[in-house]
Design a protein around this ligand. Structure first.
Ligand code: GLC
Ligand code: CA
Length: 557
């Protein structure tokens, strides 16, 4: 069925709780902090919160290493706080989706503690244990966080698999008891009344049987090089069983994190009739950024990828739209210009992705144009994956200076610095004396309070985008079409629904550019400059949105 749905009309706001708002002065964001900021989110106009993991965790990977799925991390509060958050969000008409980590647990989860305790423990087979080969690891697989994907257990003399950090052992989805234990847990959360899930690392749950060596294990950034542990044949059996046993028919919002899933499998993953999920986060455009080491250049290449997803899903699937999340750098730093055109480029990037067809996701801080943290010292960093990379590269002899530059450009911590609420110490994130990770010193210029009453702020622009999408259904259900044009820095696309048409026109570059996209008869409904200087000339990073009502074909090329 390709009908209307609440999760298609919704705008989602992603909260990374550690860095959102600290209510008790210990320097760590928490659930009560989120409750205190719910009215800010109401004012912004979002419909759904995606809450990054808040389950009990020793925090090796900031909550993506879960030691108890049915309790709350001490740093964040208690289950009572969670229930209160859910209730307070619902009271305000905001839905809440949880992050669901099913590929692995913490090594401190009781399941793993039992599993590692002896070769014949009943839970031994709940994780992936193998004998070494010729005195070394069972195979050449690399962890997504660098280094071998295997860790040796001294007690039982076997290796266990971890696709992420060694404190995140992979669950063995081939074991039926594991699957049932996970499904029961998921159903208990559904029974609590939450509104859906973002399903973490779900494309990795099936591994190539026999665990043979990979042809090119180091090149894991690229889909074609790590096929043995991403979207591997047979994963559909697990995913169908998961869907049938948990989320099916429950009117939830579901979005799978799907590294390695390409358009050829799209019907299986998000087909409207039988897809596993409502949406997925695809990785194709992220690989483009990786390939260029975040030194992004060609916007047409980006648009080609995004347009492909738009066209391929038209009529039978739904996109998740995003430029930022807790695993990425800040878009204004990577794709825009965070020095000379921060406000303009932050807004332009917003318009560029937000009006495509799909459900838009906004990552905390994106709506005020927060920039990369660019931490200078290795001690400032926290990201378990990047620290692992740093120490392995140092051991190989790569210089500290070279590595710090890579971290400054690509480390996930760039997007994890505390939310900048106002110009008081620590950006108003905490009333305490410290924060778990450094606040970006630019908080005195870039913060919520300074932008709230400024009609030309990035925040006001995001509010207008959200309101516009809510008001005009063409932005939700309209068909997407990319408009080719001769200027490589100009992006233009249209959305069409019955007799209305919208045009999104962006200058992706730092120089003034003429354009030839027809705009006569269009009503300018959103703009990131105070005024249009000349109709057919775009200022640096200018973005305009036009509406053509009673559309009569003027925009045909
Ligand atoms: C996902 C999460 C990321 C985490 C990883 C392991 O990619 O988004 O933050 O490190 O899974 O759970
Ligand atoms: Ca706190």
């Amino acid at each position: 069925m390709t009908g209307n749905a609440w999760w298609k009309e919704a705008v989602v706001y992603q909260i990374y709780p550690r860095s959102f708002y600290d209510s008790n002065g210990d320097g760590i964001g928490d659930l009560q902090g989120i409750i205190q900021k719910l009215d800010y989110l109401v004012d912004l106009g979002i419909d759904v919160i995606w809450l990054c993991p808040v389950y009990k965790s020793p925090n090796d990977d900031n909550g993506y290493d879960i030691s108890d799925y049915e309790d709350i991390m001490d740093d964040f509060g208690s289950m009572k706080d969670f229930d209160e958050l859910l209730e307070e969000a619902h009271k305000r008409g905001i839905k809440l989706i949880m992050d669901l980590v099913l590929n692995h647990t913490s090594d401190e989860h009781p399941w793993f503690i039992e599993s590692r305790s002896s070769l014949d423990n009943p839970k031994r087979d709940w994780y992936i244990w193998k004998d070494g080969k010729d005195g070394a690891e069972p195979n050449n697989w690399e962890s997504i966080f660098s280094g071998s994907a295997w860790d040796f257990d001294e007690e039982t003399k076997q290796y266990y698999l971890h696709l992420f950090s060694k404190k995140q052992p992979d669950l063995n989805w081939e074991n039926e008891e594991v699957r049932n234990a996970l499904f029961d847990m998921v159903n208990r959360w559904i029974d609590k009344g939450i509104d859906g899930f973002r399903i973490d690392a779900i494309s990795h749950i099936k591994k190539k049987p026999g665990f043979p060596d990979m042809p090119n294990p180091k090149n894991k950034q690229y889909v074609e090089c790590f096929p043995y542990m991403s979207n591997y044949d047979g994963i559909d059996v697990h995913l169908h069983e998961f869907v049938d046993s948990t989320i099916k028919g429950k009117n939830l919002m579901t979005v799978g994190e799907a590294n390695g899933v390409s358009l050829k499998d799209i019907d299986k993953w998000v087909g409207e009739d039988n897809g596993y999920f409502n949406m997925i986060f695809q990785f194709e455009h992220l690989q483009l950024w990786n390939k260029n080491q975040n030194g992004f250049t060609d916007v047409q290449e980006l648009m080609k990828i995004l347009s492909n997803w738009q066209y391929s899903l038209e009529g039978h699937g739904w996109n998740a739209l995003f430029l930022e999340n807790h695993d990425l750098t800040r878009c204004v730093s990577t794709l825009g210009d965070d020095r000379n055109y921060r406000v303009e480029s932050a807004k332009m990037l917003g318009a560029l992705y937000f009006f495509m067809k799909g459900t838009p996701f906004i990552y905390q801080g994106q709506e005020i144009g927060m920039t990369n943290a660019y931490y200078e010292k290795i001690e400032d960093y926290n990201d378990v994956g990047m620290l692992q990379f740093y120490s392995l590269e140092r051991a190989k002899g790569v210089s500290h200076d070279v590595l710090i530059e890579i971290l400054k450009r690509t480390c996930r911590d760039n997007g994890r610095s505390p939310m900048q609420w106002d110009s008081s110490p620590f950006g108003g994130f905490t009333k305490g004396e410290k924060t778990w990770i450094g606040v970006n010193p630019n908080y005195s210029e870039i913060n919520v309070s300074q932008q709230l009453n400024n009609n030309h702020s990035v925040l006001s622009f995001y509010k207008k985008m959200i309101a516009l999408r809510k008001k005009e259904k063409v932005f939700v259900y309209g068909k997407y079409e990319y408009m080719d044009n001769e200027q490589s820095d100009i992006v233009a696309y249209t959305r069409t629904l019955e007799d209305s048409k919208a045009l999104i026109l962006c200058n992706f570059g730092k120089v003034v550019l003429p354009h030839s996209v027809p705009i006569d008869n269009g009503e300018l409904v959103l703009h990131n400059y105070k005024k249009v200087t000349e109709a057919y000339i775009l200022q640096p990073y200018e973005a305009r949105v036009y509406l053509f009502k009673s559309y009569a074909g003027e925009l045909d090329e």
